[in-house]
Design a binder for this molecule. Structure first.
Ligand code: ADP
Ligand code: MG
Ligand code: MG
Length: 325
């Protein structure tokens, strides 16, 4: 009562870098309790191993892919994610397609066997993909006609959602920013000085250089970026990158170089950034509206397009880019 300074425990700041979900994880935590960064790292690693990975034999996704045509019962958790993913596939008219696993592996972009596949091979696998081949009935999941799941386009967002759930149960935590490889970010609570969380946006054509800009986030918001610079190879002057058009099985070449989405769900921010990259700006706008999401589109001509909600969040930092109305 005499001296309010001593009334509560001191807020400590803990920063950490880790490796999980195939990417570098950076965390900054503000708490009056214990350092939760190791628990966050563990949670992300376990999620990858037990739930999402298609290479880890024990994951539910790997089990579904192996079951081929047989119905399996999955956890409530995974059933919930698959429902959201299926809805996004429908809403994006298949621009987002979680069943293109075999085509992703055929290209192996970013991997040791990356290369342009033979057209016959691609045509064969295209027949074994399509989101309508994923059947959901509560917790019962069936993959039909050779379809293979790959949740790479939503996995980091799911990780962000799980970390947010964890933090909500930790009363001592006042704030945290979690960044998965720059492509999925979660902001929780607030900083001690109550200033906004800020996330740097990379220049897709100079990802290691000066930032294109910065986006502010409030506690409870998530950000995801999909870009053609994350994983790719060049051949004959063409950029073969990791975001594929499910219709052709080829990388998407529509002039976009990156799409960043902000919304109140990790899985949706991640899913939407991929879907919007495939759809292109015009078709993406109604989808973003449906999900109450803000977005930034960057293109080959160094133009940046912002949705209305993004205008207030975004600060351009590089004068070689122009914000387009
Ligand atoms: P990042 O991997 O940087 O988080 P994304 O969230 O956009 O970027 O995910 C890209 C990954 O999603 C690809 O590496 C691939 O595994 C998968 N993918 C590619 N194209 C699609 C698509 N059209 N629909 C669903 N998943 C896709
Ligand atoms: Mg992603
Ligand atoms: Mg994504």
């Amino acid at each position: 009562v005499l001296c309010p300074v001593w009334a509560g425990a001191k807020t400590e700041k803990y920063t950490n870098t880790d490796f999980a979900m195939n990417t570098v994880v950076s965390e900054t935590l503000y708490t009056t309790g214990k350092n939760l960064n190791p628990s966050v790292g563990e949670l992300l690693k376990n999620t990858e191993e037990n739930l999402l990975s298609w290479t880890e034999e024990d994951s539910q996704i790997a089990a579904l892919n192996a079951a081929q045509g047989k119905t399996l019962e999955v956890s409530d958790e995974l059933a919930g994610y698959l429902e959201k993913i299926q809805q996004l596939s429908v809403d994006s008219e298949g621009a987002f397609d979680p069943t293109i696993g075999k085509i992703i592996r055929l290209w192996d972009i970013g991997g040791e066997n990356a290369g342009i596949p033979a057209q016959e091979e691609l045509d064969k696998l295209l027949k074994e993909t399509g989101y309508e081949k994923l059947e959901l009935d509560g917790n019962k999941v069936t993959l039909k006609d050779g379809a293979t799941l790959d949740l790479g386009a939503a996995g980091k967002g799911i990780g962000c959602d799980l970390v947010m759930d964890l933090l909500k149960n930790e009363k001592e935590v006042s704030g945290m920013i979690l960044n998965l490889g720059g492509s999925s970010v979660m902001a929780y609570g607030e900083k001690p000085d109550q200033s906004d969380w800020r996330v740097a946006v990379k220049d897709p054509r100079d990802p290691e250089g000066e930032y294109l800009g910065a986006i502010t986030l409030k506690g409870g918001e998530f950000l995801s970026t999909s870009g053609d610079y994350e994983r790719y190879f060049m051949e004959n002057g063409k950029r073969y990158h990791h975001i594929l058009d499910p219709e052709t099985g080829y990388p998407v070449w529509n002039g976009l170089t990156a799409v960043t989405v902000v919304c109140d769900s990790g899985i949706m921010a991640d899913g939407l950034s991929t879907a919007c990259f495939v759809l292109g700006k015009e078709k993406a706008l109604p989808l973003l509206e449906k999900y109450g999401a803000d977005a930034l589109f960057a293109d080959e001509n160094h133009k940046v397009y912002l949705t209305e909600g993004m205008e207030e969040r975004f600060e351009l930092m590089k004068d070689t880019y122009k914000v387009q109305k």
